[in-house]
Design a protein around this ligand. Structure first.
Ligand code: NAD
Ligand code: ZN
Length: 374
């Protein structure tokens, strides 16, 4: 051991890099109508007739025929949840308490159906069912020590990559930060493009742009490596086909679904960048939702991402999307300060975007000048 240390010190042997060992979603089913196989997928996971599966579903689907496709059995529960606001730590705690109070044993599984909001909420609930304390105590990296319960993700809108990522982004009492852990990743994902049919156009664009921006930030970041690049380039090309090409609605749905997956895989082994750091600030102070927040910021980031911003503007134009204006106009100086502080606290994102000496390359005054344009 001593010899090895000496050799490392003399730079005869390179110090081994501590590579991160990431989990991936172990099982995925892909295809239109694949949700019909959910019953078969869940059956072997049911521990007994007393231990239910809890379905957490975006309330957009309340009263729709999706209900007929859900394999509810025994004392399973179906809970509709609004995605109007991004998921909060207190909301996770309330759901976990409700489930613990209703049943004597832990459920057999959690199934989350919806966009990034429902997917993150479901991941967080599954993790917290296996762990003590409050969700806010687990916001951060690798704070979860025990596995949660089995959890399945079924996306109904494409772009965030939440279906594939090892984080559940939550708004807590003092920060917006994910529960990043090996136990967060879904055990099973169902990719059924039929579920995307009803997504409204503007929301399709905003959430889809989240994927496009993930790719731009990953591909232009200092953390880039061949692993991230291979996924990021694929997702970037798919986004260009979907938003600037000439595909049918069905083709576009399927391509964006896979772009979302690849974009999520790309950032797993790199990081996002300036747009996400600033969008987190907007979201924390004004409650602006992730997809639209990214778009609002990204439009003004040509200094950092000239090619990506030019393509983004073409996409906006092609799809006649009008971004809201004057979002930051009425902010008080204290709110602006908070927004900038939250933005600058996203250190890994800045380091990925601008390198280790990022603090010399961005100032609060510069960030304020961009926020003022939004
Ligand atoms: P969302 O889940 O917030 O939903 C947006 C809107 O679309 C809602 O009104 C919802 O009801 C509606 N909707 C969803 N599916 C629909 C359908 N099939 N038909 C009609 N309406 C539908 O949207 P999102 O952009 O997917 O998710 C945003 C969230 O994702 C944010 O909370 C963000 O923090 C999170 N996020 C997570 C990750 C991650 O890796 N975990 C990555 C990026 C973003
Ligand atoms: Zn994002």
């Amino acid at each position: 051991m001593k010899i090895k240390e000496d050799l490392i010190e003399k730079e005869i042997v390179h110090k081994p890099t501590a590579y991160r060992n990431f989990p991936m979603v172990p099982r995925v089913i892909y295809g239109r109508g694949s949700i019909s196989q959910l019953g078969d997928i869940l059956l072997p996971k049911r521990k007994s007739t007393e231990t239910p599966i809890i379905f957490l579903v975006d309330d957009f689907f309340e009263g729709t025929e999706l209900y007929l496709q859900l394999p509810l059995m025994f004392n399973d529960q179906l809970i509709y949840i609004s995605a109007c606001e991004e998921p909060k730590t207190a909301q996770v705690d309330a759901l976990v308490n409700k489930i613990r109070d209703t049943f004597d044993e832990l459920p057999s599984g959690i199934v989350g159906i919806g966009g990034g909001t429902l997917l993150d909420l479901s991941k967080a609930v599954a993790v917290m069912l296996g762990n003590k304390g409050l969700a806010e105590e687990y916001q951060g990296w690798d704070l979860v020590k025990r596995p949660g319960v089995y959890h399945v993700g079924i996306p109904t809108i494409s772009g965030t990559g939440a279906e594939v990522s090892r984080t559940a982004v939550l708004l807590g009492p003092d920060k917006k930060l994910g529960i990043n852990s090996d136990h967060t990743t879904f055990d099973q994902v169902v990719l059924d493009a039929n579920l995307l049919k009803t997504v409204p156009k503007e929301q399709w664009f905003y959430t889809g742009m989240d994927c496009f921006i993930h790719c731009v930030e990953s591909l232009n970041g200092t953390y880039l490596n061949a692993f991230s690049k291979s996924y990021g380039e694929k997702a970037y090309e798919l986004c260009k086909e979907v938003f600037l090409g000439d595909c049918s609605k069905e083709e576009a749905e399927e391509k964006l679904m896979m772009a979302s997956w690849h974009g999520g895989m790309s950032i797993a082994y790199s990081q996002v960048g300036v747009a996400h750091a600033m969008s987190y600030g907007l979201s924390y102070v004004l409650g602006t939702k992730h997809g639209i927040g990214n778009c609002l910021v990204f439009k003004h980031l040509e200094d950092f991402y000239p090619e990506g911003v030019a393509l983004f503007k073409k996409m906006l134009h092609k799809h006649h999307v009008q971004l809201p204006k004057n979002i930051c106009k009425h902010l008080s100086p204290t709110e602006m300060e908070k927004m900038i502080a939250i933005t600058l606290a996203m250190e890994p994102l800045w380091e990925n975007a601008l390198g280790k000496d990022w603090r010399h390359k961005v100032s609060p005054a510069y960030l304020e000048s961009i926020f003022q344009k939004i």
